[in-house]
Design a protein around this ligand. Sequence first.
Ligand code: NAP
Length: 457
Amino acid sequence: MGIATVNPTTLETLQTYAALSPEAVQTKLDAAEKAFRTYCQTTLFDRSQWLMRAADILEQPARCRQYAKLMTLEMGKPLKEAMAEVKKCAWVCRYYAEQGAVFLANQSIQTDASQSWVCYQPLGIILAVMPWNFPFWQVFRFAAPALMAGNVGVLKHASNVPQCALAIADILLEAGFPPGVFQTLLISAGQVEFVLKDPRVKAATLTGSEPAGVSLASIAGSQLKKTVLELGGSDPFLILESADLEAAVATAVQARMLNTGQSCIAAKRFIVVDAIADQFLEKFVATFAEIIIGDPMDEQTHIGPLATPAILEDLEQQVQTAREHGAQVLIGGQCWSGLPGNFYQPTILTQITADNPIYHQECFGPVALVFRVPDLAAAIQLANDSPFGLGASAWTNDPQEQHELITTLEAGSVFINGMVKSDPRLPFGGIKRSGYGRELGIQGIHEFVNIKTIWVK
Ligand code: NAP
């Protein structure tokens, strides 16, 4: 499948696009380079005004709904969640508009110089390779800090969300960013190498799968270009004996089902101590049974289709293989056929042993893996027995247990008695095979700048 809008609810192909020719890519890079020369001289005040205007556009009710519908149409996200995503994009624009000048201010440092300080300067063209699962949010969380810092961006978005990709570039242009400062490149994954190797492209960020991350980082490494990688995750959700079980179950279901289970920071492995495991499972299964699956445009729907037929096939295969290795299905376990699209039933698997392939895999869909453990030590050991290290959510009201979880869980973030979520104010990213570098917060805006040391005598 090339670059196209295919409605995952109906499987209809609505729009197809030809990938840009090498010459057309060159023209876009020429425009980006030309734009950078003047854009890097603009004031922080101007950039913040443009970001504020982008936020205003995103927050206009009609626009918000229009962009949300576009996401739902292209990748099947429930409309309510899509509306929330557009609003969150406005938030990140405002956040960097307000905080940018603070984060990028010179830092004076006492040394043997008369004066010495650190300043933050933009690098130039940054390539962003982005996934379809949060088609607006993933792009804005890169673009807001990168543009605030004075960089210019070129976006290679996922091939199944071309209209979202084009809409984002239009929003930033309409907001007042000069032409060339942010452009969408409708290109295939295979064309990324050509762009990344262009000497005018100074760095790259990729959110997506491990193979894509490895490929991008290898090419960037061969060119000595910096990368930030936000890759997959199989986040643990640990429930200890003192947890508020009602709240833990409600959040567990939400954390697994958000975006129809297609979120890197979705809770994917539920690790419960024996003392409360039966109670937890009973409530967990009962809540799964109430999930409404159907047309994502319907505001009553909780989960819609998976974004592509390939994702559905992969998930089906994963569950099938897990069953062949002894996993038990407590609910679901197959496709849902109420509509023609890529639907999969909310599913809970238990009895997963360490030799079951699914034990170490990420499930990108509405499938929860539940593990029973005797105690805290076993819970932490199981949580850390994963190639990934993105987020972790842990539920306990015991301060000693909280301390132990915070210090020993191998993850880029630990949320106690809450769901792992991204927030413009907090750095976001992973360790292990979940990637490296950070987005958001002050750390995010410092990823793509020259941290320049100045020494004057
Ligand atoms: P994907 O196949 O890696 O696609 C992501 C992006 O990378 C798309 O734009 C894709 O383009 C491009 N791409 C794929 N292969 C590439 C290659 N060899 N070289 C350069 N670009 C390449 O990812 P996905 O499977 O659609 O997305 C789901 C994955 O992303 C999951 O593992 C999820 O956990 C992860 N994710 C992580 C985060 C995070 O913040 N850590 C957030 C969201 C998702 P095409 O569409 O043209 O193939």
